[in-house]
Design a binder for this molecule. Sequence first.
Ligand SMILES: C[S@@+](CC[C@H](N)C(=O)[O-])C[C@H]1O[C@@H](n2cnc3c(N)ncnc32)[C@H](O)[C@@H]1O
Length: 312
Amino acid sequence: MTDDQDFAGQDLTGQDLSGPSSDGPSSDGVDRGRFAAGDLALFIDRKGRTYQHALADGGSFHSHLGELPHDKLIGEAVGGWYATNRGHVLLAIRPTLGDYVRLMPRGPQVIYAKDLGNIVAMADIFPGATVVEAGFGSGALTTALLRAVGPQGRVHSYEINPSVVPKALANVQSVIKDTSRLQVTVGDIFDGIAEAAVDRVILDLPEPWRAVDAAADALISGGILLSFLPTILQVQELTLTLNDDGRFARVETAETLLRGWNVTRRSVRPAHRMVAHSGFITTAVRCVPRYVAPRPADTEPADAESTEPAED
Ligand SMILES: C[S@@+](CC[C@H](N)C(=O)[O-])C[C@H]1O[C@@H](n2cnc3c(N)ncnc32)[C@H](O)[C@@H]1O
């Protein structure tokens, strides 16, 4: 928003700043172009500061910029401009999942949009998939997974610390109203995975190599294991365990570097700041165990001659 779009000090009482109306309901009958009670709104002030708020009948948004009754937004345009009682104009849009995760109440360390997108893509999470994840944490990754599996899919989340579950669940439900496709198990995933014929196992916890055996048992052949880890020594331990297990192939690790750009008429340059490191994404595909012929040295005395062909 530019300075001339801020009307601080002017009497805007009764003025409609919400702009053009939306095009009406989508094919599913929901008018996503207008706010409804229960929706999340993201307010953006003239300095670009963001405020996330759930709209409720009779509710109100309060900040140092003044008060904005929710009833002024409910039924009105998403992407409209709304004045507080102190004459400050706020742009109101829907938060993206990335916005929501950045601003939501926190428990354990969350995964941000930069990595959420690649996790969903690199684990190839698809509509209808059955996904097991651990841990539930603050619910950020779970929300992305639930969206990706869609109405026909399921997400089973293991969380060892029961105290984080209520906040994580509330976070998920702020974005996804119907969480009937989510099952949260309070327990240690290292003790085993109860679900069978699972399409994907997603691990965001400190020692994922301890879940490799259980993941291999639970995954369908061709299923994908993905782990998100902050340090490369953890990645090495996981990679060696996956390779030693014998039921995984295509074990690969990558990280995501995301750099914003500042684009104006006078200058176009990279943003001064970026998140240099968050975590490594390791993926592996559950395969039929590969037959590895015993090496002569494994089975025969050192001086014996082997008749087995050499493995590559
Ligand atoms: C980094 S947080 C997960 C954050 C989550 N992915 C998110 O985006 O909000 C790690 C979580 O794993 C849980 N955890 C650690 N070890 C576990 C285990 N063996 N089984 C289940 N959960 C575990 C922790 O209690 C913590 O809540």
